[in-house]
Design a protein around this ligand. Structure first.
Ligand code: ADP
Ligand code: MG
Length: 254
């Protein structure tokens, strides 16, 4: 089974309950969007799933293993990949070389760059570049990419590790509307081959990609449902959409 099953997950920071999840389940090949106001515990959830944060209690079962007992490396080996909020690309290397370094390998950076690519590896890099909007910039220095393209490069680098479950935290942050839309299409396409948990704030983006949505609030699962159910849920409007709409209104007002 390739589904993720989280149960009774508790994380506290100095007595403050950041996460208190009863049950959270993601099916194989599902694209799940997690929303919720700032401080709801969204990033903490991903931190637990990738082994960065240890919960006080609870289990997160994936492929018959409990992620809360594994190291970050073991979790990566198990097929869970994480795209972090801040891009960490080698700016003085080309996009292609960055992708080459991302291919699963035990070689160091220098040895990897000197290594002659096998035919299959090159084709795979080109295929992933195609799917992440990078096909035309493979020879460009990563440092000269736009903010959006850097995010896509990071997504491509994680995809090259071929994760079964991909965790993505606020992929559209800081992107232009056009980049945001492209990112939505990209994630939907990449989700065909794997499970994905996407955390996002931008409601238009959520609407674009969402199937099932989980709403977190004060560390708890407030509700789950499709976009219509979420948008029309009074509790969600109260805790989240209401405040988001107020923000939009006040922005319009100046
Ligand atoms: P979200 O991603 O939904 O905005 P987070 O998961 O980042 O929320 O944070 C949830 C709560 O836990 C917040 O109140 C945050 O301040 C707190 N928190 C997160 N990480 C830490 C930490 N390492 N130490 C102390 N408090 C933290
Ligand atoms: Mg966060």
């Amino acid at each position: 089974m390739e589904n993720l099953y989280v149960q009774k997950l508790n994380v506290s920071f100095d007595g403050f309950k950041a996460l208190d999840i009863d049950i959270f389940e993601v099916q194989q090949n599902e694209l799940r969007v997690v929303i919720g106001p700032n401080g709801a515990g969204k990033t903490t959830l991903l931190d637990v799933l990738c082994g960065k944060t240890r919960p006080d209690e609870g289990t997160a079962i994936f492929r018959d293993r409990d992620l809360t007992k594994l190291s970050e490396d073991e979790i990566v080996s198990l097929g869970i990949g994480r795209k972090f909020q801040a891009p960490t690309v080698f700016t003085s290397l080309s996009v292609f070389d960055n992708l080459m370094l991302a291919i699963k390998t035990d070689r160091g950076v220098f040895a990897s760059l000197m290594h002659r690519l096998q035919r299959g590896e090159r084709r795979r890099i080109e295929e992933v570049a195609e799917r992440t909007g990078l096909a035309d910039v493979l020879d460009v220095l990563a440092g000269t990419l736009s903010h959006g393209q850097k995010q896509w490069l990071e997504i491509a680098m994680v995809i090259l590790q071929d994760p079964t479950l991909l965790l993505v935290d606020e992929p559209a942050a800081g992107m232009s509307d056009e980049e945001t839309y492209k990112t939505g299409e990209m994630l939907q396409n990449l989700a065909k081959d794997r499970s994905m948990i996407v955390i996002e704030h931008d409601m238009e983006f959520v609407r674009q990609i969402a199937r099932k949505v989980t709403v977190l609030h004060e560390g708890r699962v407030l509700m789950e449902g499709n976009m219509d159910e979420v948008q029309n849920d009074p509790r969600v409007i109260e805790c989240y959409l209401g405040s988001a709409m107020h923000r939009e209104e006040s922005n319009v007002a100046g």
